[in-house]
Design a protein around this ligand. Sequence first.
Ligand code: MV4
Length: 493
Amino acid sequence: MHKILVANRGEIALRVMRTAREMNIKTVAVYSEADRNMPFVRYADEAVCIGPAPSAQSYLRADKIIEVAKQTGADAIHPGYGFLSENAGFSKAVSDAGLIFIGPSARSIEMMGSKIAAKQAAKKFNVPMVPGTEDPVKDAAEAKEIATRIGFPILIKASAGGGGKGMRVVNNEGELEEQMRMAKSEAMSAFGDDAVFIEKYVGAPRHIEIQLLGDQHGNYVYLFERECSIQRRHQKLIEEAPSSCLTADIRKAMGESAVAVARSCNYYGAGTVEFLVDENLNYYFLEMNTRLQVEHCVTEMITGIDLVKEQIKVARGEKLSFGQDDLKMNGHSLELRVCAEDPMNNFLPDTGKLEMYQPPKGPGVRVDDGYEQGQDIPIFYDPMIAKLVVHASTREEAIDRLCRAVDEYYIKGIQTTLSFGKWAVQTEPFRSGNFDTKFIEKYFKPEYLVEDNADSEAVAALLASVVWNKEKKPTGVTNSTNGHMPNWKLRRK
Ligand code: MV4
C-alpha cells in the first residue's frame, strides 16, 4: 500500500493521515468547497476538491471519491467515521474498483447494519441479550403477545436504525397500538425499511462498548472497554477507559462476547460491540459499530496500540502481530468531545469564527483537532471541533489532568462543551463512578456553568487590556504584559 485516499474531513482525516505518514504511505485528501483552508487539506500530500459544501454533494459522493482515488493512483481508501464509513455499497464499490477498503467487508457491514440480523447471528454464539425478539414483529397483536411475556415497559426499535434512531418506549398496553404504527411508519420514512423488533426496556443502564480487532485470517483480540454513558441526545460527550464499574471477570466475559459477535459475521478490521450494563452488572448486546469510532483514542492511550495502524495492516492482509495475552491495560484515559455547542443553552450548535484558539499541552495530554485559529466552523457538518484526551496512571489523576487541560484550553468566538466537561468530571457521581446514561438528565443544570461564564467575563476584560496595551495605548506608557497573554484563568474551580 503506497497511497491512501482519506474520504473524510476534520480531525479524523488528520488522525488517519498522521499514521499513514508514520508508515511511509502517501495521502490524498478530498474536500468540499467549504473546507479548502482546513488543516487536513494542507497536511495531505495531495488534495482534490470534490464538490460544494453540503455532504450529499461532496463527502457522500462515493462515485466521485473512487474516481479521484483512481486518478491520483491511490491504492486504498480510509472512510474515517460517519459519511460513507458504514455504507456496505461503498465498501463493495471500492473493492470492485480494484482498491482496498480500509474497513470491514460489505457483507459484515450489511449484517451488522440490520439489528435483527445482528441479533440472530449473535444469538448462535450465546451472546447475552435483553429479553425480547430476534425476529421482526409484524403488528400490534404480535407486539402485545411479546409484551405480555416480557412485561412493560418495552422498547420498539427499528431494525435499520441504531445509535438511538428509531426507538420508542411503550409503558403500557394502552400505548402499544399507536406506538407500533408510529414506529413502523417512522422506520419506513427514515430508513426505507419498516422492520421493527421489541426489547424489554432497561431503565437507567450504563453504555459500555468493547473495542476489537480482527484480521482476515480469523484471529481476534479485544482491546477492553470504553465507558460511554455520559451522553446527550445519543451524542456522547465524555468517554473513558477503563470503565470504573467492571470487574476483571466481567471485562473478560464481555470481551469474549464481543469477539463472538465479530466472529458471527466474519468481521475483520477495527470494530466495536455496544452493550447495556444494568445495576447488577448484567450485560446485554445492543449492536455492533463497523467503523473506527470517535472515541477510539482512549483505547489507544490505555493499550499503546495505534488502531489506525492496525486497520491498515489488516487491510493489507497481514495477521495480527499480537494475541490477547500480549494486551494489558495501562493507566486511565478520559476523552472530552469539544463541540461547538452551547451547554448553557440546551447544547444548541453555536457556529461562528474561532477568533482565538489555543489547545492545551503538557504531560499526558493529546488533542485531536481539525481547525485552527481564525477559521469559521461550517454549519454543514458535525459540530465536534476537537477531542481532548488525557492519560494518567489513575482515574483520579486523569480527572485532575482533564481539569488542568480544560483550564489551559483557550477558545474564543464560539461556545463549546469544555465548561460542561470540567463540571461533569468533578461531580460526586462521576468521581465515585456511580452514574449511568441518565447522568445529564439527573444532575446537570445550565446554572452550574455560570461561574465559568463569570470567569470568561474576567478573561474578556483582561484581553481588552492586552489589546489596549498593544494597539491603543499612547506610546511611552510601560506595558506590563508585553503583549503576551496574561494568566487569564484566575482560579481553579
Ligand atoms: C436500549 C435502552 C434500554 N433498553 N435498549 C440507545 C442507542 C442504541 N444503541 C440503543 N439505545 C438504548 N437501547 C433497551 N432494551 C436504552 C438505550 C438508550 C441508550 C443507550 C446507550 C447510551 C445512551 C442511551 C440513551 C437512551 C437510551
